[in-house]
Design a binder for this molecule. Structure first.
Ligand code: FMN
Length: 394
């Protein structure tokens, strides 16, 4: 973990400003020192006292009448990285045009530190040609743009424009300072839930969001590994990742088995269907034709296939259990994995869709380690730490 980094957090005036407090905390939890600079409008959405309490330092709220006679140059030179979250359309525009009329933009202009921008706004504002042109300009400057995501927005609207989750933004910030302890390693990660067609419209699926696998891929990539991600989802926006998109368990098995003998480590985090319809209908099933009888067949056991590959990579499996982790130990023994990561999806803050996870590591020799509830990014980092440890012992 890149501890001791100095991060300037710029907060501009959008409804997501309250989430910047969570981001400040997430950065500090990961060992960073954080200083906050706020626009005037940001202070209408969240009080500077909140950031004073979280960071231990009073935020910079202007260029003049501050404790420091030149706050923008002091902050800009102090920073190892600058992150703006939320970044409003107005702030993005000012930044794209070098308009340093407030302390936030002046700090960025007075710095050589890398910049991460997390936009947050209504879909219409995000889709404006002016906003899109400004974002393109910022990308051309070499700034990292995180999000925005699609989801619920202020006022009950739904669409693109929602600020990325603080843990994801923190990950992007720390991604600027890779610890290359996985350099030279090639790893294969799977993520998401498979979809097995019933007819052209419907499928049998599951609730997996792909967050855990994506966090694993990002963390390994940030640490210098050569990463292939086989996923049913979009995958993280990281050009360094080789992303293979698949939909069904069959597709995933083919992609994984082809790659498995070529990598050092395989971490199978995807939720793969155990059964698929034997004969999916080529036409849409109609209610008028009555309830269909759907015959199911077992899908390929991807993990077992990797276990038999030659050469065999170090193998990490996942077990999503409901109610208790007792069955997971038996699974670990039966599957012959080097490490099984088990979680109870019925536990609060754990499992599908959640940004956090509480897992138990079950090692090949039967020993276990229970981890506290933590972000999926942190769980991912711990899994790779354990993998490196296992490799050093073998
Ligand atoms: C209730 C409310 C919510 C707002 N939320 C956003 C937002 O999420 N994103 C955005 O770009 N602008 C939003 N605005 C508009 C900005 O506050 C406005 O453009 C302001 O000038 C931004 O200033 P700043 O970028 O200097 O902080 C909102 C305005 C109001 C009144």
């Amino acid at each position: 973990m890149p501890a001791g980094r100095r991060i300037v957090l710029g907060v501009s005036g959008g409804i997501a400003a309250y989430k910047a407090a969570y981001l400040a905390r997430a950065l500090i939890e990961r060992g960073a020192s954080v200083r906050v600079v706020m626009t005037d409008t940001a202070q209408k959405f969240i009080g500077s006292a909140t950031f004073s309490a979280i960071t231990g330092h009073v935020p910079v709220t202007g260029l003049f009448d501050q404790e420091d006679v030149s706050p923008h140059t002091s902050l800009g030179q102090w920073a190892d990285a600058i992150v703006i979250a939320p970044a409003t359309a107005a702030t993005i525009s000012r930044l794209a045009h070098g308009e340093s009329s407030n302390a936030l933009i002046a700090t960025i202009l007075a710095s050589t530190a890398p910049v991460v921008v997390a936009p947050a706004m209504h879909s219409e504002m995000w889709d404006q040609p002016s906003t899109q042109a400004n974002i393109t300009t910022l990308r051309d400057f070499g700034y990292t743009i995180v999000g925005p995501e699609t989801g619920p927005l202020a006022g009950g609207d739904v669409g693109v424009g929602r600020m990325s989750e603080p843990y994801d933004i923190a990950d992007a910030v720390f991604g600027l300072f890779p610890t290359p302890d996985m350099a030279g390693l090639s790893v294969l990660v799977t993520s998401g839930g498979t979809r097995e067609a019933i007819d052209p419209v419907r499928y049998i699926g599951n609730r997996s969001s792909g967050k855990m696998g994506n966090a694993l891929a990002s963390n390994a990539s940030n640490r210098g590994a050569d990463v292939t991600l086989v996923t049913t989802q979009e995958g993280p926006q990281d050009a360094a990742l080789e992303i293979v998109r698949v939909e069904t368990a069959d597709d995933m098995a083919k992609a994984v088995w082809e790659k498995a003998p070529l990598v050092d480590v395989a971490v199978l985090a995807a939720a793969v269907a155990d059964f698929a319809p034997r004969n999916p209908s080529t036409t849409k099933l109609r209610r008028a034709d009555g309830a269909p009888k759907i015959e199911l067949v077992a899908t390929p056991d991807i993990l077992a296939g990797v276990n038999e590959s030659n050469p065999r990579p170090l193998l990490v499996g996942f077990a999503a259990e409901a109610g208790s982790l007792d069955a997971a130990a038996a699974k670990a023994a039966a599957k012959g994995v080097d490490l099984l990561v088990a979680n109870d999806i019925q536990k609060t803050g754990s499992g599908f869709g959640s940004v956090t996870n509480e897992v138990r590591f079950i090692f090949r020799d039967g020993s276990t380690r229970d981890l506290d509830l933590m972000s999926k990014d942190d769980v991912a980092a711990r899994i790779w730490d354990a993998v490196l440890q296992l490799r050093s012992e073998s």
